[in-house]
Design a protein around this ligand. Structure first.
Ligand code: MN
Length: 258
């Protein structure tokens, strides 16, 4: 049987399940909050054009307002100054949008320490347990943060010293950018960097190193707990916004029952 027929048969028989990794887009979807004097993104909103009324008697439709970096979204290399001149979100190669994914679960560590940072040693230990990172694939970093996404306050977890959310160390970000065979990393938090990464050297090392290396980011993922450590296939669909630095994305995973 042709491979695509096999895939459809496997989906229909639930031998392969489809997991939605995407947060719903609505007015309450959390968005990052930068401090003064930086400009901020808008929240998602709908503006009704007509709803079976005088403005359009048989149809309902809306305009939408959103930031590129609102909700579950894709970071393109041009988003960061280190990637200026690199790919916009419309130029992301399609074979990076359907690719193998592994899940590294640090939800216990992040619960105990909201500022937990992923280190190269954690990844090496994971590889010793589960095998090498997938060539041309995605590292999905589970922290349990998806459980907080109904509340902007809990999701950003900020106090007077700033946001406290898990992320990646400077050394690990460099390693992911320069050494790992990955095309990108995906996280459950509002951005790929830790909440405290504004004070790292360099600041926002994931953005700086990965986007500068032409790699990608996916943020505010959900349901990573439903994926195996390895073997899933990620499907990420950012909108092809010409010149865009990122885009809200529908992100799915295919998981084979074993
Ligand atoms: Mn972003």
């Amino acid at each position: 049987m042709p491979v695509l027929d096999q895939l459809i048969a496997a989906i229909r028989s639930s031998t392969v399940t489809i997991v939605d990794l995407t947060a719903r887009l609505e007015a309450t979807t959390p968005v990052i909050q930068l401090p003064e004097p930086f400009a901020n993104t808008v929240s998602f909103s709908l503006q009704e054009i007509s709803r079976y009324d005088d403005r359009g008697p048989a149809w309902y439709w809306n305009n939408i307002s959103t930031g590129e970096h609102t909700g579950t979204h894709f970071d393109a290399p041009v988003h960061w100054i280190t990637g200026a001149g690199r790919e916009d979100v419309a130029s992301v190669p399609l074979n990076c949008m359907i690719a193998p994914a592994v899940v590294l679960d640090f939800s216990k560590e992040a619960a105990a320490n909201n500022d937990f940072l992923l280190e190269v040693g954690h990844i090496k230990q994971w590889e010793a347990d589960h095998g090498p990172l997938p060539d041309g694939g995605w590292l999905l970093y589970r922290t349990g943060w998806d459980a907080r996404s109904a509340s902007q306050q809990e999701f950003l977890n900020a106090d007077e010293s700033g946001p406290h959310t898990p992320g990646v160390s400077v050394e690990c970000a460099r390693w992911l950018a320069d050494e790992a065979p990955l095309v990108g990393i995906g996280v459950e938090t509002v951005g790929t960097d830790a909440g405290a990464a504004h004070s790292f050297d360099p600041p926002f090392p994931c953005h700086s190193a990965l986007l500068g290396a032409g790699k990608f980011g996916l943020t505010q993922l959900q349901n990573l707990a439903s994926l195996p450590p390895s073997g899933a296939v990620l499907i990420a669909g950012p909108l092809p916004i010409t010149g865009g630095s990122g885009s809200p994305a529908r992100v799915l995973a295919l998981v084979e029952k074993t």
